[in-house]
Design a binder for this molecule. Structure first.
Ligand code: MLT
Length: 386
C-alpha cells in the first residue's frame, strides 16, 4: 500500500522532547547513568493530600463514566475561585473556563478554533515548540517568528511595534519557557493593548505563574483585560502533577466557546477523579500567597537553581538566576546541538536551544528537576569534560 504523511505533518520536525527521549533510551540501554536535566518534569512527588484525593475519588463509581469534554462544572468553579483568590479576576465558570488534558492540547486546539489556513500566527523565538508546530503548522497556518531580545529581558524589541498587524493570533508566555524571563505589567499591558487595536487574539501561556522566586508574583493577563484574551494554566508544574494531564483555559467567552467546540470533537474530557484532585489542589489557595505545599516546592527549586547558577558560573558560563520557571538559559558559544550531544555522552541530558527556534541557537536550557546531589554530579561531570 502506498501512502504518505499529510503535507502539514511532513512540515513539522519530530517533537523536541520525544526525540530527546529516544536518544536517552539508547544511552540508558548502553548502561549509561543518566542525569535528566532536559524536559521540565519535576522529580518531586505530587503532595500526599492530592494523591489521597485521587485515591478517594477513583474508588467512587460515580467517577468512572465519561466526563464532559469542557470539564466538570465543579472543577471549572474551582478554577474560577482560584482566579478570584490568586489574581483578583472574576470569571464565569460556565462560559469562561474550560478544563484541558494538560495545557499543551489547549495551546494547540485554540488555533484550530480560530486560525484559518494561510493566516499568520506570531510566535516568539525561542519558545515552547507547540506554538509554532502543534498549533500553527498543524492548522496550515504560517508562523511569524519574532525574536525575544536578550538585552531586553527576553521581550520583543520595541514592543509591540515590530509585530505583524495582520496576524490572527499571538502566543505570549511569561514566566518564560525556555529563558526564565518575566515580564513587567507595563510590557504586558502594551502587548494586550496592541492586540486589542489590531484584532489579534492573545494566547497567554501562564503555565509557570506559580513557579517564581525572590518574592516575584506573576500576574494573569486577565488582570489587564479579558476581551480577545485566553490564558492557559496548569497544575503540572505547580503541584508536581505533569503525569495527571490536567490544565485549564480561562478568558473571553467566545474564545472558550471555540475551544470547547474543537475539544468536543476530539476528546471526551479529563477523568473525573483527576479533575477532582486538581480542584482540590487549586483550592489550597486562600489568597494571592502560595499555599504551603507550593512554597515547599519553590524552596526546593530555588536551592537547586542557586546551586546550578553558582556551578555554571564556576565553569565560566554567564548565567542569571531566573525569577520564574525552573529553567536556566545560557549561552555556550557554538552549536547548541553539539553541546547537548557532548553532555549526553557524559550522561547529562540538557536541551539544545535550537529546539526552541533559530534564536535559541548557541543557548542551552537546563531544568532544575533533579535532587542537589545529582545536580552536583552533573556539574562535576561537566567540570571534568569542559
Ligand atoms: C518543557 O520541558 O518545555 C515542557 O515541559 C515539555 C512539554 O510540556 O512537552
Amino acid at each position: 500500500m502506498n501512502f504518505e504523511f499529510a503535507t502539514r505533518v511532513k512540515k513539522i520536525p519530530p517533537y523536541l522532547f520525544a526525540e530527546m527521549e529516544d536518544r536517552v533510551s539508547i544511552k540508558k540501554a548502553q548502561g549509561v547513568d543518566i542525569i535528566e536535566l532536559g524536559i521540565g518534569d519535576p522529580d518531586l512527588p505530587t503532595p500526599a493530600p492530592i494523591v489521597e484525593e485521587v485515591r478517594k475519588h477513583v474508588l467512587d463509581p460515580e467517577n468512572h463514566n465519561y466526563p464532559t469534554s469542557a470539564g466538570e462544572l465543579e472543577t471549572r468553579q474551582a478554577v474560577a475561585d482560584y482566579y478570584k483568590k490568586r489574581f483578583g479576576v472574576e470569571v464565569d465558570p460556565k462560559g469562561e473556563v474550560c478544563i484541558l488534558l494538560g495545557s499543551k492540547e489547549g495551546l494547540a486546539n485554540i488555533a484550530r478554533a480560530f486560525v484559518n489556513p494561510g493566516e499568520k500566527v506570531i510566535v516568539p523565538d525561542p519558545s515552547y515548540p507547540v506554538y509554532a508546530q502543534g498549533a500553527t503548522t498543524l492548522c496550515d497556518a504560517v508562523s511569524v517568528r519574532v525574536p525575544l531580545q536578550p538585552k531586553r529581558n527576553f521581550w520583543f524589541e520595541d514592543s509591540p511595534a515590530v509585530l505583524d498587524r495582520t496576524a490572527r493570533m499571538i502566543y505570549v508566555n511569561y514566566p518564560n519557557n525556555p529563558t526564565g524571563a518575566v515580564a513587567s505589567k507595563e510590557y504586558l499591558i502594551g502587548l494586550y493593548t496592541w492586540c486589542q487595536q489590531t484584532d489579534t487574539i492573545m494566547v497567554y501561556d501562564n503555565a509557570y505563574s506559580e513557579l517564581t522566586f525572590d518574592g516575584y508574583v506573576a500576574p494573569s493577563i486577565l488582570e489587564y483585560g479579558k476581551e480577545g484574551a485566553i490564558e492557559f494554566g496548569s497544575v503540572s508544574k505547580t503541584f508536581n502533577m505533569t503525569g495527571y494531564r490536567i490544565g485549564y483555559a480561562v478568558g473571553d467567552s467566545k474564545l472558550i466557546t471555540g475551544l470547547k467546540k474543537v475539544k468536543s470533537q476530539v476528546d471526551s474530557g479529563a477523568p473525573k477523579f483527576l479533575q477532582k484532585a486538581a480542584a482540590f489542589a487549586l483550592s489550597q489557595y486562600t489568597g494571592r500567597d502560595k499555599p504551603r505545599m507550593v512554597q515547599d516546592n519553590i524552596r526546593v527549586f530555588q536551592e537547586r537553581r542557586d546551586l546550578l547558577v553558582k556551578g555554571l558560573r564556576d565553569l565560566g558560563f554567564k548565567v542569571d538566576p531566573p525569577k520564574g520557571t525552573f529553567y536556566l538559559w545560557f549561552q555556550v558559544g557554538g552549536s547548541s546541538m553539539a553541546f547537548a550531544e557532548k553532555m549526553l555522552n557524559l550522561g547529562v541530558v540538557v536541551t539544545p536551544g535550537i529546539g526552541f527556534g533559530q534564536a535559541g541557537e548557541g543557548y542551552i536550557r537546563i531544568a532544575a528537576t533533579q535532587p542537589t546531589a545529582r545536580i552536583e554530579e552533573a556539574l562535576e561531570r561537566m567540570r571534568r569534560a569542559l
